[in-house]
Ligand binder design. Structure first.
Ligand SMILES: [Zn+2]
Length: 212
């Protein structure tokens, strides 16, 4: 591994461990990636079926733009690598993170009929890149879940085009995707969304289905 790949892999493993400790990547779920090189496109990608609390830097795979492994690994990339690649290409993202938390799973179902979750009026929104005020309205689109990854990647691409200001999206009854120019920014975005979705979910619970 090059020094740069090792550095990126170490960063991804550290984020995985932290997210796992918060209960956002349980049961080997979720996945993480970061761009190593743009030309040709190379991503460091978490392997499939590995406990994210125990992920070691040397287990990170290098994949190309078609989600094929280009490093000397026996493992297999996550099935969702195609979604990461689509986000990187569509948004120019430097890192993509995907969590399976209880609250993002609940809200991805609760708001599915509305096509997304509208989040507004919270101070924590200012943690999203480019947002300067709590008066910002963030629309987090919800995409129907599927095991057909090429088709789902197409749908993700179309959704990102339809919502150019979105900082993330939900897959219904599945999980949250967010991204950033850097791994630090992607991590911050996931933390912000997880905080906001849990806050909204708990508020709905306490107030019997009302947020206001
Ligand atoms: Zn997933």
């Amino acid at each position: 591994m090059s020094d740069r790949f090792t550095e990126i892999a170490t960063g991804l493993a550290a984020v995985a461990k932290g997210f796992h400790a918060r209960g956002w990547l349980l049961g080997t779920s979720g996945n993480l990636s970061e761009v190593v090189e743009r030309e040709p496109l190379r991503l460091a990608m978490s392997p499939s079926g590995v406990d994210k609390g125990e992920l070691r830097p040397e287990q990170l795979l290098a994949i190309d733009e078609n989600a094929r492994i280009v490093s000397a690994h026996e493992g297999k990339p996550s099935d969702e690598s195609l979604l990461h690649l689509r986000i990187v290409k569509n948004r120019g993202a430097g890192a993509v993170l995907h969590t399976h938390s209880v609250w993002n799973t609940i809200l991805s179902d609760l708001y599915a009929s509305e096509g997304g979750v509208t989040i507004k009026g919270y101070e924590m929104l200012k943690g999203l890149q480019g947002v300067r005020t709590h008066e910002h309205t963030e629309f987090l689109p919800i995409i129907e879940n599927s095991q057909d990854m090429p088709a789902l990647a197409e749908l993700v691409g179309a959704t990102l085009n339809e919502h150019p200001a979105a900082h993330g999206f939900l897959l219904r009854r599945h999980g949250l995707y967010s991204w950033g120019q850097t791994l630090a920014e992607a991590k911050r975005h996931i933390e912000i969304f997880e905080f906001l979705l849990e806050t909204m979910g708990r508020t709905l619970h306490i107030k019997g289905g009302r947020l206001d």
